[in-house]
Design a protein around this ligand. Sequence first.
Ligand SMILES: Nc1ccn([C@@H]2O[C@H](COP(=O)(O)OP(=O)(O)OP(=O)(O)O)[C@@H](O)[C@H]2O)c(=O)n1
Ligand SMILES: O=P(O)(O)OC[C@@H](O)[C@@H](O)[C@@H](O)CO
Length: 395
Amino acid sequence: MELGPPGGSGPAEPGPRLRGLRGADAAASASSLSRFGAEAGCRAPAVAAVLPAGGSGERMGVPTPKQFCPILERPLISYTLQALERVSWIKDIIVAVTRENMETMKGIIQRYQHKRISLVEAGVTRHRSIFNGLKALAEDQPNCRLSKPEVVIIHDAVRPFVEEDVLLKVVTAAQEHGCSDYDLEFGTECLHLALKYSHIKAKLVEGSPDLWKVTYKRDLYAAESIIKERISQKVCVVMDTKEDEEHVGHCLEEMLKTELNHVKVTSGQDLQQIILEQCYNFVCVNVMTSDFEETQRLLNMLEESNLSILYPVVVISVHFLDYESVPLGQKMEKVMQIREFAKEAKKRNILLSGLLIYFPQEEQKLRESLRQGTTIISALIKERNSGLIGQLLVA
Ligand SMILES: Nc1ccn([C@@H]2O[C@H](COP(=O)(O)OP(=O)(O)OP(=O)(O)O)[C@@H](O)[C@H]2O)c(=O)n1
Ligand SMILES: O=P(O)(O)OC[C@@H](O)[C@@H](O)[C@@H](O)CO
């Protein structure tokens, strides 16, 4: 049964420290299934998901099976797990992986703190892998923590962009079906099996184009672009500016709003809240405080929050250069400390780079350098190029 979401919005929720949000999401999500139950005049069914992840990805043409290929340094399957995990009414998620990849999979679950996951051994065909997952759910074993579901969602581990509403539609349409040995060996389409063996009619639920399957190498690039776009939708400008200099920070914020069309640019008055709301891009303007005081404060808060567990967070430390009062060499020497900060930040999946903006007295010239700075900031956020970590760019 293949699923398709009606257009993805923001990224799925990140790290475990963001409990407030997770709780709110969970409540909304649970109520959506109960609402469905109430509308259908019955109680909501118990739902589990089986993810076949035992393929070798021959068509991808790389040695690593595609479900383990990295996208922004995180394995593809982790994105799919994240998308399913945030649907609170899916009680268990069973992943079928080959014996040789079992340890890799356990490592992924641990590193990205996935929850409600059980592993089973994959079979030689996709249907066999799915069947093994279903068996694990059906078995009555003494210490088995899995509860028997009434509906099982089958979802390829290599379709990362699945959304709750289409899952809900599929659950409403789901019916029981069984498979023969022949189909387990030679079939590919689940729908075909459901139609052939189900005594009640199967229903095809239309999905969105976002639900395509990662099959070829180019699909990895496409998935990466989609993820980058999703996490670039919010930018927070953190300013330490006061009085006179406040003007500069606000100019920069205004220009960013124009440059990053459709992107929500907010100022970092309540940083904790902005981090909780999963903003993955920060422009930290250091005007009053010399060097990196403001940037460091932000880095500490990010570390506390665990925001960067699932997605890389971009931080751009902005500094102003007024070389009528401070000689260029002296300023550069101080700002070059960015390299050390960036090295540390990288360990926590924070991509830190520096931007030195020329600060002339003349308003027109100042606006020009701010505009250039804005273009650089926009590129750093959209590209998330780890090659630019620790670099000091000059506008
Ligand atoms: N024996 C198998 C074969 C496939 N799959 C899974 O089924 C999904 C969809 O299959 P497909 O795209 O065909 O994956 P691969 O078989 O890995 O790819 P290829 O056909 O290119 O080798 C993937 O998540 C894949 O890991 C599985 O669980 N067990
Ligand atoms: O081998 P293909 O890439 O054409 O298709 C694989 C699909 O059959 C499989 O992923 C399920 O979506 C079908 O139910």
